[in-house]
Design a protein around this ligand. Structure first.
Ligand code: COA
Length: 320
């Protein structure tokens, strides 16, 4: 059996902050942000939490899949910005949905998180262990931004996306994933330092820091390569793929990947113009938007690809 995506959902905070809005409160401009990244706006949590957005997205996905929460066997939440250290975000989602038979855990692989979670779901379904799985990618990145650092804070946003996957004859047919921890510091965010009765270490920098140019080079090199590997596994050519749904970090990265694969930009939908980069939530939000726009037809072959901190990367080929 394969993991088939049976329903999707997404949720964005109500507050929409445009580049011009940011230009009024810091030394930046719409032209700078748009030309370098393709981002025009982002949604920022005020009342919303990572859990509240996750639950809304999950409910939509369950409804579309026609599956009751009690039928879920597993919930995986991909996030780097849960509301609490404990309990896990996935357990909060389980409780709110009443998914009483599901086991729930979180997975952190930054911007590759949703793709890694989908690969995990595929492995469980293929093994016969589980049938109905909810995957959520959700972030409140605005709390991890240094709002005095214009080189990072303009790039990221908040939101959640979800997908319900079920055991079926058709679905995910190939997946590739990888990590390179030796380059971890090009995109980092400190945690809590050791602080106990015996040691009291210096606090770490609690904000997201990025070497943008290194991340850019990594992405344009690695993403086409891993999509190529996934296509090779199943003996397909880029022209056989209807849509490529890439992590939404930067329009120029997406254009470079399209060029490398020799495919037109129409096959690469984007939501970053409206949402910015939402790490693990980017791919499922884009997937939900494309799905609800009716751009996915039964039997279409599509690619999902994630890449980011870790460094981590992954791609999945599936039949809709
Ligand atoms: N507004 C205006 N100017 C800004 C700015 C902002 N928000 N942020 C930085 N600048 C300035 C810098 O201070 C610098 O000024 P200087 O030349 O006077 O020193 C100038 O713009 C160029 O900065 P630089 O960092 O070299 O820009 P860049 O061309 O590398 O673009 C990124 C920066 C982040 C847009 C680009 O590197 C990128 O997109 N990288 C990939 C990042 C990514 O996708 N990360 C997520 C992966 S999951």
């Amino acid at each position: 059996m394969r993991a088939r995506i049976a329903g999707t959902g997404s949720s964005l905070p109500g507050l929409r902050v445009t580049n011009d809005d940011l230009g009024k409160i810091m030394d930046t401009s719409d032209a700078w942000i748009r030309n370098r990244t393709g981002i025009g706006a982002r949604h920022i949590a005020v009342e919303e939490t990572t859990a509240s957005m996750s639950i809304e997205a999950a409910k939509q996905a369950l409804e579309q899949a026609g599956i009751k929460a009690e039928e879920l066997d597993l919930i995986i939440a991909a996030t780097l910005s849960a509301d609490h250290v404990l309990p896990p975000l996935s357990c909060e989602i389980q409780s709110a949905l009443g998914a009483v038979h599901a086991v729930a855990y979180d997975l952190c692989a930054a911007c590759s998180g949703f793709v890694f979670a989908l690969n995990t779901a595929q492995a469980y379904i293929q093994s016969g262990l589980y049938k109905n799985i909810l995957i959520v990618g959700a972030e409140t990145l605005s709390k991890l931004m240094d709002w005095s650092d214009r080189s990072t804070c303009v790039l990221f946003g908040d939101g959640a996306g979800a997908a319900v996957v079920t055991a079926a004859e058709e679905g995910i047919f190939a997946g590739v994933q990888g990590s390179d921890g030796s380059k971890g510091m090009v995109l980092s965010c400190g945690g809590r330092p050791v602080h106990n009765l015996f040691a009291d270490r210096e606090p770490e920098d609690p904000y997201v820091r990025m070497n943008g140019q290194e991340v850019y080079k990594f992405a344009v090199r690695t993403v086409p390569k891993c999509i190529g590997q996934v296509l090779e596994q199943v003996r397909l050519q880029p022209q056989d793929i209807s849509l490529f749904l890439l992590h939404q970090a930067n329009q120029r990265i997406i254009e470079a990947v399209a060029k490398r694969l020799g495919q037109p930009m129409e096959k690469f939908p984007v939501c970053l113009e409206e949402c910015g980069n939402i790490s693990a939530a980017s791919v499922p939000i884009l997937l939900d938007q494309v799905n609800r726009q009716g751009r996915l037809k039964s039997g279409d072959k599509i690619i999902l690809a994630g890449f980011g901190a870790g460094l981590t990367w992954g791609a999945i080929a599936l039949s809709w």
